[in-house]
Design a binder for this molecule. Structure first.
Ligand code: KG4
Ligand code: ZN
Length: 377
């Protein structure tokens, strides 16, 4: 279903986006011109009004008591929150359900039970409203999130995806045109923040708590290794850093100053490692825009270090606003809207995938070449 009140003379489509891959329930509505193509300006007068409304419910208090995400509790809470959030964004955008022209949902990667709650609701709404539904790759949604901002980067760009589940350097030639240049061989950087935070006795979620403690730390007291920076290549490894933290702590009293110094040494090492690999990737590809997405993109030390890198390399760094760095419905609505606007459609099967390599994605499929995306492993 498309509205014909238009931007230029192009019909508009409003897409409801649903994110339930982990511990945040996110819902949003994104408006796009129905035939906005790859690389076109996605929001603004000719492309639709962009993000119309978004709402988020965080499960942090539920999981904090357990020190980490409990998958079954996550699924149950998504089920409780989803419909009220859908009603809330429709009301905030002042739209009736009949104004929605498509439903996008995170199809993976993520917790399979949590993914299924969003997928089942998205498919049901699309069926009831007689509009197409589309499953979105969670990391594609993260790396497109800077396009929600007023001054979006143009394709091609380099993307650093840093979340609790992934650490990836990706060359992005266009929508669905991704080449993975490097990735973590063990823990994701967000996971390393979280595990180190746990060792330091900090509450879940550990990343932001560790970053706050690190601000009090003395940068000169400890120096931790920068893993895999002494050899060529763009892959990462963060599990050794955590072991280093454990060893350091085992030899010292755990007073607040020591814990802060360790937090600082860990953060400096993690940030430095990411920056060294970004510098290599910018030089190797010759790309100038660097997009940073995923929860760790909210880290202030990383932002400052990447700003300095960009100045030195003549590059530009693009972030989503902090609330769209972590999981949210707006990025899912945007990714789904771009694919639907480019003509992609899916059948009625509900497919969710706990694991799903980003570079198996393809550009939006027209009727003729839908096979590659359908041929899922
Ligand atoms: O993208 P995201 O919300 O969820 C995943 O898809 O994983 O990322 C969450 C991750 C967690 O590991 C969290 O500790 C980390 O991002 N994180 C941070 C900060 N804020 C969130 N890590 C370091 N510093 C922060 N300020
Ligand atoms: Zn995420």
């Amino acid at each position: 279903m498309q509205s014909t009140t238009a931007a230029g003379d192009r019909p508009l489509r409003r897409v409801l986006g649903i994110e339930t891959s982990c511990d945040e329930t996110g819902v949003a509505i994104y408006e796009i011109a129905a035939r906005a193509g790859d690389g076109e300006t996605v929001a603004g007068p000719a492309g639709g009004r962009g993000l119309l409304a978004h709402a988020l419910h965080s499960q942090i208090p539920i999981h904090a008591a357990h020190g980490g995400v409990v998958p079954e509790l996550a699924s149950r809470d998504h089920v409780r929150r989803l419909l009220p959030l859908v009603r809330r964004v429709l009301a905030a955008a002042d739209l009736p359900p009949g104004a929605i022209g498509g439903v996008a949902y995170t199809a993976g990667p993520g917790l399979i039970g949590a993914l299924l709650t969003g997928a089942a609701l998205a498919r049901s709404l699309a069926w009831a409203w007689r509009v197409p539904a589309i499953g979105v790759h969670h990391m594609e949604a993260h790396l497109l999130a800077p396009l929600l901002e007023p001054d979006p980067p143009a394709f091609p760009f380099l993307a650093l995806l840093v979340s609790g589940g992934h650490t990836l350097l990706v060359e992005v030639a266009g929508l669905g045109r991704y080449r993975t240049l490097g990735q973590s061989l063990d823990d994701a950087v967000g996971e390393a923040f979280d595990k180190t935070a746990k060792l330091l006795g900090l509450p879940y979620p550990g990343g932001p708590a560790l970053a706050r403690l690190a601000e009090e730390g003395d940068p000169a007291r400890f120096r931790f290794p920068r893993p895999m920076t002494d050899r060529p290549g763009l892959d990462f490894s963060f599990s050794g850093l955590k072991t280093h933290v454990l060893q350091t702590l085992s030899e010292l009293p755990r007073d607040r100053a020591t814990r802060a110094d360790v937090a600082r040494a860990f953060e400096d090492a993690a940030v430095d490692t990411l920056v060294i690999k970004c510098r290599r990737a910018l030089r190797a590809t010759g790309l100038k825009p660097l997009v940073v997405a995923g929860g760790v993109g909210a880290n202030r030390a990383l932002r400052a270090a990447l700003a300095a890198l960009a100045r030195a390399e003549g590059a530009t760094v693009h972030y989503p606003r902090p609330e769209f760095c972590t999981d949210n419905g707006a990025m899912v609505a945007l990714a789904g809207a771009l694919r639907l606007a480019a003509g992609e459609q899916e059948g009625l099967a509900i497919e969710t995938r706990a694991r799903w390599p980003l570079d198996t994605l393809r550009p939006p499929a027209g009727a003729a070449d839908r096979a590659p995306r359908g041929a899922r492993s």
